[in-house]
Design a protein. Structure first.
Length: 206
């Protein structure tokens, strides 16, 4: 095969590569996704801009804790018992009850975290032995995976603050000696009234 034939083959290969590159650039330009300026529907916990650009999602706003001295005495304990049926799919609530997927919950309010004897807790849950205070339970039940990243608990959580308050009120009663209800927070003093502006002095007559 002479050099002319080789040149034709090389030219054909080069032309094919150029054609493929042109098609690729044109396709990317035509089908490049355009993010909407405004979300059509917001999914809680998802930052659309961060998901598209690979950035970090904004942290959720800190939730205001209930005044337990005020909300617990008025809580719907019967409603909390009904909600506890969701917990009982994985936990036993009776005293001395068996372990299921999770440890028993009898006496859980104010109990140190990850201390049920004989239960195999995840490393994430065992990293702290802080007591399951009213505040800690309130935050954990809302979204367990967010409060204890890496926990084996797959419960989706209770977003309703009232549901969590009622559930905690019921769990508090499941104890030989229910933990005390704290005193209500003192009422905030009303802001002081601004001092009255001095009356204008009328001009003196000449």
């Amino acid at each position: 095969m002479d050099s002319w034939e080789w040149n034709k083959i090389a030219g054909a290969v080069l032309g094919t590569l150029i054609f493929i590159l042109v098609i690729r650039f044109a396709t990317e330009a035509l089908f490049e996704p355009q993010l909407p300026a405004k979300e059509a529907y917001h999914v809680e916990g998802v930052n659309v801009a961060a998901a598209a650009g690979g950035g970090e999602a904004a942290a959720p706003a800190e939730e205001t804790m209930p005044d337990w001295g005020t909300v617990l005495p008025k809580a719907d304990v019967a409603g909390g018992k009904a909600i506890s049926a969701r917990c009982e799919q994985c936990h036993d609530i009776s005293k001395g009850g068996p372990y299921k997927i999770g440890p028993e919950l009898y006496g859980v309010v104010m109990r140190p975290r990850a201390t049920n004897p004989g239960f195999s807790y995840s490393t994430a849950m065992s990293a702290s032995h802080d007591a399951w205070s009213y505040d800690n339970l309130f935050k954990f039940i809302k979204l367990p995976q967010s409060y204890v990243p890496g926990t084996k608990m797959t419960f989706a959580g209770l977003r309703s603050a009232d549901d969590r308050i009622n559930l905690i009120a019921f769990l508090r009663t499941q104890n030989d000696s229910p933990p005390p209800i704290p005193a209500p927070a003192p009422a905030k003093a009303a802001p002081a009234a601004a001092p009255a502006a001095p009356a204008a002095t009328p001009p003196k007559k000449p």
